[in-house]
Design a protein around this ligand. Sequence first.
Ligand code: 2P0
Length: 339
Amino acid sequence: MNISKDSSKAITKESVIERYLPATVVPVVDSIDTVFAPSNIALCKYWGKRDAELNLPINSSLSISLAHLGSKTRISVSDTDQVWLNGNLVAADDKFSRKVINFIELFRRGAAHSVKVETENNIPTAAGLASSASGFAALMLAVNTFYGLDLEPQVLSAFARMGSGSASRSLYEGFVEWQMGVREDGMDSFALPLTTRWSDLRVGLVKVSTGEKAVDSRSGMNRTVDTAHLYQSWPLQAAADLERLHRAIADQNFTLLGETAEQNALSMHATMIASWPPLLYWQPDSVAAMQSIWQARAEGVELYFTMDAGPNIKLLFTADAEAEVKLRFPGLEVVAPFG
Ligand code: 2P0
């Protein structure tokens, strides 16, 4: 795919963010109350960047937030920069630590204070869910409070996106659409919540593997965009699926929602598999779970799935099928996104 990579025109995160900041940024409190952001699962996936620096997507996406599952974050003034994850101090040269402090630095811009960042993820590790979406969303909310920035929701979402694309969607509960935007500085590329709720919708988290993946999403996306001819069809597929999902949500048509989400996920994986070197996130147990789902459907159970850049399967069903689905997937972690 021919994405412009003219570095002479490149806009940096720093240059975009500084336009929204006062001349000097200082903590307005010693320590903030903990803020929370939910994890989210895309029903229409974000796959492929038109700008890697700003995490600007090639297509719009639509997700559902996972209610109480997510990240809690607190920032306080400290003698040295330090990052704590789930109660443990993370080494300063660790990748996670550096990502967090680099993000803070986009706002602090060399100001003479250090911070302690404490994050807790309550996403069951057994579920194998990524935490970068909720993590950067919570961190953005924490930065906003700690420095008294008072940024508008759309700006918060656009800035969270610079931490991790999918974090733009984790600012909200329920259904959320991340509009791709067209501006070069990306400030029209933010997420907005949909007003429609769907109280009996359920998401089931099927663990296949929780090990660290060999190819992270960022590299996987770049490889797909650069090497898969099949990727040419992805933006069209995503646009059509987004429209179908809006219709499914408006009509509370679960069949349409499930079919669209499953086809969207498999289409994304098809583009990954068509990359070179090939990118296959599936494990044998992922395929076994897909076959169980298709068997359940053949037996009349309305059960669908979606998958992200990993081997784990996320089930989609409604409350009336929950008992039946749990029989087929013993020990399933079930989330009710609308409580
Ligand atoms: C999504 N994924 O829409 C898609 C589906 C994975 C597959 O967003 O590079 O961690 O930080 O912007 O947000 C995961 O990608 O990637 C993701 P970066 P991110 O949920």
